[in-house]
Design a protein around this ligand. Structure first.
Ligand code: FES
Length: 509
């Protein structure tokens, strides 16, 4: 029987995202068997696969990480204990295969000798016993072919074995979501980096909220934890995701947030890590980087807001902002703060009344401007993000999250600015577009927010009309963020163009 791979592992092996394989399956170019792909079919679909260039996936992942501002050096080998256990498991598998192979070889050689002896012991002529001769001839021929074969090893299968040592594959039930655990990552960290909304609290082994059941596979403790699982829980296979890593491929039964209602309100005191103008051209926008304590991180969904307030007798200075970073890094939170005389918190920051190391209180998260999960296991509808001015902040969080979970086959960001310096993170958007085939960036300029809304929708309609296989406007999900006039104008024009309201999500900033 051929070897089968999950979609995630197959995509990783040939250096493409899952959406690309899903598209090829839908179009009948790649057979799938109960959601699995055989190595033989994968080799047929990617005949030019070059193992020397098999770093394609890693290269894209690295560019993604650089684009997202994460530390590339965190991608490391697992600990020596985990490596030893994985190598041992591979060794066992190999020994098992060798044993089977020796038995089959002995069986065929025995059959060959038996047939010869039978033939020699009989006095019948070949014409009298054609069946015996035919079988003898077949066995001799097949054996000679197998023993004389010089076929090169199957590169995808070889790479798959290497990948099994470098990383473990995790499937979460009941959602069916998958992710890989690499380096020293815990199950929780790896799951969050892959964009899963796993249930957790302290992230530090104290609260027990990340409890999950290991259905199959082996996990190993890599972080200290004070929370004690009961004997009954241990018997049932429960583990703490924040303190354990996967040694082998693992199937977990775990709770995941399905929407904003599943995320509890939190109060955290974070520290200012840095505060500076977001770019040389945009002096009226600051990039505020807050870092939460290790044991008290902010759990939020991409696109949500939090309220920030100054501590130390300055509690009156507070305001609510969208988080402009991915929930996959729940410790490092980024905010785009725009100069606004009505915003006392922003005024304090622009007046340099707050500096690195100071405490900032944080409440939240709030809001339901979050990515809607696809209705089935397939990739979701292509995504269109329409932002105006500071509406880019929640979009950035949504885009990073959508890329992490490979939420859609294509993502297009239309960012309309009402000032020439309004595209304050254009470099970031261009870096995504250069690194990822599935992402496109369209910067636009308009005289005011309402005109920006109309202009963005005109660009969307023109692009949909120009692209043959997009299925038209109604085949997309559209997210809109910006000033009220922008959201109103864009929504009105999109619905007039036939966009179903149920596929439109918006937030006013
Ligand atoms: S998140 Fe608190 S124990 Fe794991």
């Amino acid at each position: 029987m051929g070897q089968f791979l999950t979609l995630s592992r197959a995509a990783r092996l040939v250096g493409v995202v899952r959406g690309v394989l899903q598209k090829r399956i839908r179009e009948g170019e790649l057979p799938s068997h109960d959601g699995m792909i055989s190595i033989a079919d994968l080799v047929r679909a990617y005949p030019d696969f070059d193992p020397v260039d098999s770093g394609a996936f890693e290269r894209v992942a690295r560019i993604k990480e650089q684009a997202f501002g994460r530390r590339v050096l965190e991608r490391m080998l697992p600990s020596s204990e985990v490596l030893a256990q994985r190598l041992f498991a591979q060794g066992q598998e190999l020994a098992d295969l060798r044993r089977h192979l020796r038995r089959y070889h002995g069986l065929v050689m025995g059959l060959q000798a038996h047939l010869r002896a039978l033939h020699e012991s009989t006095s019948l002529s070949p014409d009298d016993d054609p069946l015996l001769l035919q079988i003898m001839h077949y066995v001799d021929q097949e054996l000679a072919e197998v023993l004389g074969s010089n076929d090169p090893p199957d590169n995808i299968a070889v790479l798959n074995d290497v990948l099994k040592i470098m990383s473990a594959h995790v499937t979460v039930r009941p959602s069916g979501r998958e992710f890989f655990v690499e380096g020293h990552d815990t199950l929780l960290k790896a799951g969050m980096s892959a964009g899963l909304m796993l249930n957790y609290g302290c992230g530090n082994g104290n609260c027990g909220l990340c409890k999950a059941r290991v259905v199959s596979g082996e996990v190993r403790q890599v972080q200290h934890c004070d929370y004690v699982l009961s004997e009954a829980e241990k018997q049932q296979g429960y583990t703490l995701l924040c303190a354990h890593t996967a040694v082998s491929d693992v199937v977990l039964e775990a709770l995941e947030a399905s929407g904003p209602a599943d995320i509890p309100e939190q109060r955290i005191v974070a520290k200012v890590k840095s505060i500076a103008p977001i770019s040389a051209q945009a002096a009226d926008t600051l990039l505020l980087h807050l870092q939460t304590p290790r044991s008290n991180r902010l759990r939020f969904l991409a696109g949500q807001n939090v309220t920030l307030g100054l501590a130390g007798g300055q509690e009156d200075f507070s305001a609510t902002y969208p988080v402009a970073s991915c929930p996959c890094d729940d410790r490092n939170l980024l905010f785009h703060i725009h100069r606004d005389t009505q915003d006392s918190f922003a005024e304090r920051l622009f007046a340099r009344a707050v500096s690195s190391g100071e405490a900032v209180s944080l409440w939240g998260p709030w809001g339901d401007f979050v990515l809607r999960p696809p209705l089935n296991d397939d990739a979701g509808r292509p995504l269109l993000f329409l932002a105006c001015d500071g509406g880019f902040a929640p979009m950035k969080s949504l885009i990073e999250h959508a890329m992490s979970i490979e939420a859609a086959e294509s993502i297009v960001l239309y960012w309309a600015a009402t000032l020439p310096a309004g595209h304050y993170q254009s470099n970031q958007c261009r870096a995504w577009a250069e690194a990822l085939d599935e992402f496109s960036y369209v910067p636009l300029l308009a005289e005011d927010a309402a005109a920006a809304g109309r202009k963005a929708v005109d660009a969307v309609c023109a692009d949909c009309a120009a692209t043959v296989d997009t299925g038209g406007l109604a085949a997309h999900d559209v997210y809109i963020a910006g000033p009220e006039a922008f959201v109103v104008a864009a929504t009105a024009q999109l619905t007039a163009a036939g966009m179903p309201r149920a596929q439109l999500y918006s937030t006013v900033l």
